[in-house]
Design a binder for this molecule. Structure first.
Ligand SMILES: Nc1ncnc2c1ncn2[C@@H]1O[C@H](COP(=O)(O)OP(=O)(O)OP(=O)(O)O)[C@@H](O)[C@H]1O
Length: 578
């Protein structure tokens, strides 16, 4: 109930439209009840009324036909208006919710994205909101419609023949109970089908993305068998759902026909004994048919409400996630020199273990400083702290002597350029990807940036050059090319601090040498932090920090570190003895 209340808050700005929709629905109910009454009057007053002159009977029938036509047209108009308004309302409300949700997701901290799979977040924003749309388009106003119609039909039946109504009143609870039972079993079967559809989807998404691995390891047979399992489950649940339909649908319609037979049997007796008119019997049967429609509809709406509650719960859980409040909105906005210092920094992603322990580092412009260490040592984590992607637990990170938390984080991030290990490109051209969709940056400026890192000739060589289209996160562009694009992007945005996280790991030795030259030049007036696996790329660095199991264990120039014969020496030995 609380959830529905919170959901209804989104409808508040559109209250007037809702009121209008309900008024239209009330009018629709009213006119829907008219046709059986018109036919009843036609039969009773004109078709079977022998006491009237023939011409009056014909003109009466004509008049009634016009009424019938008029009400049918009104039903059309009201239905059109109500569908129009409700679809507009549902669409607009879901647009608002989706917008708010995505805005909120953009403000969530990295730790949130570490814990939640991207597919799950996508489903919340794309699919769960869709379920909610159904609630606003087909539940709210239809419930009014159904309740009004049910009440109206019962009133009309009582007006037509209270005696007939009393005689067959036992049929109504039977119809209602069988409908509820049908819905209950149908819902269960439908849920199983939906779960199995998501399993098939999830399986396909994961395994089609992993197709290169499937082919390389000859895993086609294994894939076939595993897919067959999920596919079979889906098939079985569909059959189960079909059984429910096969049993209940005919049961409900048979009950309905039996009720009509009972009405005709009793009604005919009353007609023969002249206590009921023929038109009354017709109207009564027609109203019974109208009684069935909202009954079916209401039970369907119950389904939608349940789905909506489930989706709303998930959406609001996401909406209640705490936003990232890193830094100070009104804090410092500009990095002046670009001196980065770590002072006794401790950091962990989860309670269970420290990733960085008592780190002390200093990076400054004019020097090329590198961080090395084995896989999983904590190098990338270190760099993510400079960007304020995660919060440290103990110690201080200072930029130009000011604590990171005292900066406006958005302004700060603009001045720190990172080339990550795994570069993600967006759909669009290479040009768009270098200038990150900033149309105000000209093609010449982009080419200039590419030339600065000595990669323009590589891009120029591609068949469509800068206009090469990128699809799905950069498929079709080699890993090395992606790194070059990211590197040029960093230069283009002219940051004060550059973080190169194994930025040349996928690039051939020749190109890497040229890039090293560019990086060296860059470090003359910028702060460049270079993380590297391959020690060959850091031998010329002014200073090298060696990180081991989350601690800085050695520091110095390449020569100094070799002479220490410590961890750096060992790493060097292993790499160069190869
Ligand atoms: N988002 C995360 N959540 C939890 N643990 C993480 C997360 N990212 C990294 N780790 C863990 O932290 C440790 C350090 O990882 P990090 O990526 O900093 O290492 P690295 O030195 O950069 O390694 P590599 O050379 O392979 O890039 C690893 O044990 C890793 O499993």
């Amino acid at each position: 109930m609380k959830l529905l209340k919170r959901l209804l808050k989104y409808a508040k700005p559109y209250t007037l439209l809702f009121v209008l929709a309900i008024l239209v629905v009330i009018s629709l109910t009213f006119v829907t009840l008219l046709p059986p009454q018109i036919v009843r009057n036609t039969v009773n007053n004109y078709i079977t009324n022998d006491s009237l002159p023939l011409n009056e009977r014909f003109s009466g029938i004509f008049k009634m036909s016009l009424y019938f036509l008029l009400t049918t047209s009104m039903i059309f108009v009201f239905e059109y208006i109500s569908i129009y308004i409700t679809t507009y309302l549902g669409g607009k409300i879901v647009y608002d919710i989706r917008k708010e949700l995505f805005d909120h997701v953009l403000k969530l901290p990295m730790s949130f994205f570490d814990k939640h799979p991207s597919g799950q977040i996508t489903t919340r924003i794309a699919n769960d909101t869709q379920n909610i749309m159904e609630f606003f388009t087909s539940v709210i106003t239809s419930i009014f419609n159904d309740v009004f119609l049910l009440t109206g039909v019962i009133i009309m039946m009582l007006r037509v023949s209270p005696r007939l109504f009393a005689n067959i009143s036992f049929v109504f609870p039977v119809l209602i109970v069988s409908m509820i039972l049908f819905r209950y079993f149908d819902l269960k079967a439908y849920r199983a089908v939906r779960t199995n559809i998501s399993k098939v989807n999830a399986y396909l998404a994961e395994h089609i993305a992993g197709m290169p691995v499937v082919k390389l390891f000859n895993a086609e047979d294994f894939e076939r068998k595993n897919f067959d399992k999920v596919n079979k489950e889906l098939y079985k649940s569909r059959i189960q759902q079909m059984y429910v339909f096969a049993i209940f649908r005919p049961t409900v319609s048979t009950l309905y026909r039996l009720a009509i037979a009972a009405i005709i049997w009793m009604g005919a007796k009353y007609i023969v004994s002249k206590t009921l008119n023929f038109g009354d019997l017709y109207a009564f049967v027609a109203y019974l048919e109208l009684f069935m429609r909202p009954l079916e509809d209401l039970s369907e709406k119950y389904d939608i409400i349940q789905n909506t509650v489930a989706s709303a719960e998930k959406i609001f859980t996401l909406m209640d996630e705490t936003e990232e409040h890193f830094g100070d909105e009104n804090g410092k906005v500009e990095i002046e020199k670009g001196v980065v210092e770590f002072k006794n920094v401790w950091f962990r992603y989860n309670e269970d273990r420290w990733i960085l322990k008592n780190i002390n580092l200093r990076f400054e412009p004019g020097q090329l400083i590198a961080v090395v260490g084995e896989t999983g040592a904590g190098k990338t984590s270190l760099m993510n702290l400079v960007n304020g992607m995660y919060r440290i637990e103990k110690g201080k990170i200072l930029i130009d002597g000011t604590e990171l938390e005292k900066y406006n984080i958005h302004e700060l991030r603009k001045q720190i350029s990172t080339v990550p290990q795994d570069v993600v490109l967006f759909s669009g051209t290479l040009l768009d990807n270098v200038r990150l969709f900033h149309e105000e940056i000209s093609e010449e400026q982009v080419i200039d940036a590419l030339k600065k890192v000595y990669v323009w000739d590589l891009i120029e060589r591609l068949p469509n050059g800068l206009y090469t289209e990128v699809i799905e996160r950069g498929k079709g562009i080699s890993a090395g090319e992606r790194q070059l694009i990211a590197l040029a992007r960093s230069v283009l945005f002219d940051a004060k601090i550059f973080i190169l996280d194994e930025a040349t790991s996928n690039i051939d030795v020749q190109t890497e040498e040229r890039i090293q030259k560019a990086v060296r030049k860059l470090s003359e007036d910028k702060t460049v932090i270079m993380i590297a696996h391959r020690l060959a790329t850091v031998v010329n660095a002014d200073k090298i920090y060696v990180v081991h199991k989350g601690e800085v264990v050695e520091e110095g120039s390449h020569k100094e570190l070799l002479s220490k014969k410590g961890i750096y020496y060992k790493l060097y030995e292993v790499q160069f003895s190869k």
